[in-house]
Design a protein around this ligand. Structure first.
Ligand SMILES: Nc1ncnc2c1ncn2[C@@H]1O[C@H](COP(=O)(O)OP(=O)(O)OP(=O)(O)O)[C@@H](O)[C@H]1O
Length: 272
């Protein structure tokens, strides 16, 4: 059953180009990337290390600007972070001296707004953290801390959730649990999700579409539709279809890395 979303475009990336000035000259990190993310889609982005995945995601979040090109949310150019876009990073980034509840409330305090307590309580229940509101971050496992980060990101009811390698630091079992949790939350809220991951399996399990980026300078190299209905079980990961798709994506990434490795090596001059 092919489930290729065909709704309105939520995020539109056009000719996104990013040059970082560095001590050794300008570094072209993103080169004219075009990408449409449709409303209610889950899109995973994979690619070799340094291919510009984070740079692309951050430009979608408004956390940093592009050198040229632009990103639109619902047809409006993104120029700064917005309540409508939630973010989760590899590190939960919880303030160690604040309780779980106080961490979740922190962005509301900064913005001088009252948190929607009923919604946050629902989220806490959904992620299995009911009763942990007064705990300190150090009392929580890595997986639990990421659940708090998820609640904090969703507390403003964003229409887009951007996740930058969110479960990369977790053990395989906890990571699998978190993948199911993200899908469950998606099925409840239909939030549009963009996820960066180094795990091709995670990318396939969660996404409607997997985008592969090429080695630096980052370009959109290919995209693959993941034709499985939701909710997905881990059993689909053992199917031939997933096995074949995983291999195709892996070959694309490995091939790209090899072409980088085949560039001329630096030859160190013998000391005179
Ligand atoms: N602030 C910065 N200043 C200079 N160079 C940067 C900066 N941020 C990123 N880069 C460089 O831009 C390129 C793309 O980085 P980016 O982090 O977006 O890639 P990535 O695909 O997310 O990498 P990884 O998978 O390793 O996290 C890399 O070569 C990186 O070193």
């Amino acid at each position: 059953m092919v489930e290729h979303k065909s709704g309105e475009v939520k995020l539109r990336v056009r000719q996104a180009t990013k040059v970082y000035p560095t001590a050794s000259g300008d570094l072209l990190a993103l080169d004219r990337c075009d990408l449409d993310i449709r409303t209610g889609e889950i899109v995973s982005i994979v690619g070799p290390s340094g291919s510009g995945k984070t740079t692309l995601l951050w430009s979608m979040s408004g956390l940093h600007g592009l050198s040229s090109g632009d990103v639109e949310l619902d047809g409006q150019k993104i120029t700064k972070p917005s309540r409508d876009i939630g973010m989760v990073f590899q590190d939960a980034n919880l303030l160690p001296w604040r309780t779980v509840e106080a961490n979740i409330n922190f962005p509301f305090e900064i913005m001088g707004q009252a948190p929607d307590k009923a919604w946050i309580a629902q989220l806490m229940h959904r992620v299995g953290l009911e009763g942990f509101e007064q705990r300190m971050p150090r009392e929580l496992s890595g997986g639990m801390q990421q659940r708090v980060a998820l609640v904090r990101a969703l507390s403003f009811k964003p229409s887009v959730l951007l996740m930058d390698e969110p479960f990369g630091a977790l053990d395989a079992f906890t990571r699998e649990e978190m993948n199911h949790l993200v899908e469950e939350i998606y099925l409840d809220t239909h939030t549009t999700i963009v996820l960066i991951t180094h795990s091709i399996e995670e990318a396939i399990f969660l996404a409607d579409r997997v985008i592969v980026m090429s080695a630096r300078p980052g370009r959109i190299a290919s995209e693959h539709v993941v034709p499985f209905a939701r909710p997905r079980s881990m059993e689909i990961m053992a199917t031939k279809e997933v096995f074949d798709l995983t291999n195709v994506i892996k070959q694309e990434i490995v091939g790209d890395q090899k072409s980088m490795a085949s560039r001329p090596r630096l030859v160190a001059k013998a000391a005179s």
